[in-house]
Design a binder for this molecule. Sequence first.
Ligand SMILES: Nc1nc2c(c(=O)[nH]1)N(C=O)[C@@H](CNc1ccc(C(=O)N[C@@H](CCC(=O)O)C(=O)O)cc1)CN2
Ligand SMILES: Nc1nc2c(ncn2[C@@H]2O[C@H](COP(=O)(O)OP(=O)(O)OP(=O)(O)O)[C@@H](O)[C@H]2O)c(=O)[nH]1
Ligand SMILES: [Mg+2]
Length: 447
Amino acid sequence: MSDPDRDTIAAIATAPGAGGVGIVRLSGPRARAIGETLGGRTLSPRQAHYLRFTDAAGETIDDGIALFFAAPASYTGEDVVELQAHGSPAVLHELVARCVALGARRARPGEFSERAFLEGRLDLAQAEAVADLIAAADVRAARAARRALDGEFSRRVDALGDELLAIRVHVEAAIDFADEPIDTLGGAQLRARLGAAVQALDELLRAAERGRRLRDGLHAVIVGPPNAGKSSLLNVLAGSDRAIVTDIAGTTRDLLHETIRIDGVELTLVDTAGLREGGDAIEREGMRRARGELGRADLAIVVLDARDPAGGRVAVADAIAEVPTRLWLHNKSDLLDKASPLGDDALRVSARTGEGIDALHARLRGLAQGNADAAGEGAFTARARHVDALVEASEHLALARQELDRESLDLAAESLRLAHDALGEITGRIHADDLLGHIFSSFCIGK
Ligand SMILES: Nc1nc2c(c(=O)[nH]1)N(C=O)[C@@H](CNc1ccc(C(=O)N[C@@H](CCC(=O)O)C(=O)O)cc1)CN2
Ligand SMILES: Nc1nc2c(ncn2[C@@H]2O[C@H](COP(=O)(O)OP(=O)(O)OP(=O)(O)O)[C@@H](O)[C@H]2O)c(=O)[nH]1
Ligand SMILES: [Mg+2]
């Protein structure tokens, strides 16, 4: 487990900027020795020592508290020392520099949590929950991340993995008696178990999807025909001139993401290229991206020109068919000489005059709130990565079921193994190193 040759890492653990107290954290085999040199005394495990941190010349850098956690009883599972000083960036940077001079290395983002994972203190989904907890935008998301950190998600993944393992053992055993029809080998019972696993996986997938939405907030994609005012509305909602607006149809090509908050509820808005037949190669690529983004959308905000809403509806109909919720906007209401009939679920707005924008805000707030509420009590946060792995597991399991019904035991065994592996990726029992790099590099430094 713990590697005595591993280097010792150091970083400021508290947020950037000035604070009442700031913490420099060390982890690794040299942490204790470095802490003792800096603090000028021996450190006993789990005791708060009040002392002076000194530089190489023996001058006081600051007074503060040093804590030593002996391996494996620490956050990382290695020896950990915390230097708690006044929260001055100058002091904290000097402390880190001193740790480096004494043999530590500056930690990469997420490296403390990565070590906690490598030492088996946290599984991968729990380590991700640490980052999600830190980033949580509101109390509800924080609670849900907390539950994931406590292993509520991982336990369900593991339980399902254990059940798949038991089923695999049964199928592998039956392969050895391939002459016998499977029903003499408890096939009916096996099928029932597999059916139950499919159902449990399906429930877990739905819970993870809710958790993903809770973490990411409502994902709203603005679509419509060219020139309808999509980018103008994004700018109005974002409160700044984020997107280029011109009277040329086909102005927007790239996707433009903007996170906004309405009364503390977070949502992501994505501006897209207007949808129409034809267009040059760049515009067509823009439309392809718009369609792809709609595949991830919780909400399509469909912007139509109030003077010709019917024409616009036709242009977008296909693209939004799979999006769970739509909000129809008839924009440019200022250009109407007389109001045309409006569907029940449509709003008449003007990005130019601001007409209807309060009503739009209210509608979006309701939808974002509803999105968060749908996650429900007892929810845990999850990530798109987890949802993808569960979908993959579920596809392999569906295949395994068909193969079992056809008595293709070898194929069923292989499908079960692939389903099991997909689950293992969630908690990191199975992982590629570049996956770890990808996950932990998105953490903050010192975590
Ligand atoms: N000062 C400080 N506060 C902090 C942290 C920290 O690292 N330092 N944390 C950092 O994320 C969080 C708490 N997470 C922690 C998780 C485990 C251990 C730990 O030492 N565990 C040992 C001892 C347990 C015990 O005494 O009961 C263990 O589990 O064996 C410490 C902090 C939030 N607050
Ligand atoms: N009168 C009026 N003009 C508007 C309104 N909203 C947008 N416009 C104008 O309509 C034109 C197109 O606006 P954009 O926001 O660029 O439209 P878009 O839907 O993003 O267009 P593409 O990116 O080309 O698909 C610009 O000249 C805007 O100033 C509105 O509510 N009233
Ligand atoms: Mg645009």
